[in-house]
Design a protein around this ligand. Structure first.
Ligand code: ADP
Ligand code: ADP
Ligand code: ZN
Length: 219
């Protein structure tokens, strides 16, 4: 199964991608995570991407398309994958189409997650992750059961992204509306778009996505 989770920053793509990944045993391909790993490793790509990411802009198509091509060629993607945060421009969408058709593959689902702008800002401002296992949390909406301890791995250190601040959020939202939102029309026209209410609780959103993936008629 090959699918795209489409939506603005903070919509819940990463949260849901992890659920689907575990349930269907297919990898989550997050270009954001891959770019952050490149920045941390200090690679050429990381060096080129860092300043753009810190400001909330989009990294060049050339870089992210290269990353995705390499990643999809790996063995664990043979049975499918979840694209989380890619494509983000029409150029990336066209490159993905070409890549898949050259391998005689096609997408099964493109799922758009709809969330209000004010909610996005709140979600991003309160987002943090476990430094050890990467499990996502939120100050208000997704707290660990035991305060200060990760539910998944028991870790006690947490991290916030440098770009998750009130100033950068606005730039990222602008980039979304300018560059990424046209993809909603692009996939609608290709008859592959399904839209879900991303404002619902995490569990309800997971159910809605699952309904689409299992072919049940939902919202
Ligand atoms: P994205 O990958 O789309 O940027 P995330 O999955 O990282 O978004 O979610 C952003 C923040 O909002 C996280 O802190 C997460 O815990 C929280 N969150 C995700 N989905 C929901 C939801 N349905 N309701 C409330 N908070 C959510
Ligand atoms: P979010 O879902 O909160 O927007 P991501 O982790 O997906 O965050 O992305 C973080 C940053 O990495 C983006 O603001 C952008 O600078 C860069 N990035 C990630 N994916 C792409 C992409 N497909 N194209 C261009 N830049 C990307
Ligand atoms: Zn953890």
């Amino acid at each position: 199964m090959k699918l795209i989770l489409l939506g603005p920053p903070g919509a819940g793509k990463g949260t849901q991608a992890k659920e689907i990944s575990a349930k269907y045993s297919i990898p989550q391909l997050s270009t954001g995570d891959m770019l952050r790993a490149a920045v941390k490793a200090g690679s050429d790509v990381g060096k080129r991407a860092k300043a753009v990411m810190d400001k909330g802009g989009l990294v060049s198509d050339e870089i992210v398309i290269g990353i995705i091509e390499d990643r999809i060629a790996q063995k664990d993607c043979a049975t499918g994958f979840i694209l989380d945060g890619f494509p983000r421009t029409l150029g990336q969408a066209a490159a993905l189409d070409n890549l898949l058709s050259s391998k005689k593959l096609s997408l099964d689902h493109v799922i758009e997650m709809r969330v209000n702008d004010e909610e996005l800002v709140t979600r991003i401002a309160g987002r943090y992750t476990c430094a050890k296992c990467g499990q996502g949390y939120h100050d208000k909406f997704q707290k660990p059961v035991k305060a200060g301890t990760c539910d998944k791995c028991g870790g006690t250190e947490f991290a916030r992204r440098p770009d998750d601040n009130a100033e950068t959020v606005k730039t990222r939202l602008m980039a979304y509306y300018r560059e990424t939102s046209p993809l909603i029309g692009y996939y609608f026209a290709k008859n592959s778009l399904r839209s879900i209410d991303g404002m619902a609780e995490i569990g309800a959103v997971t159910k809605a996505i699952d309904g689409i993936l299992t072919g049940k008629k939902g919202k």
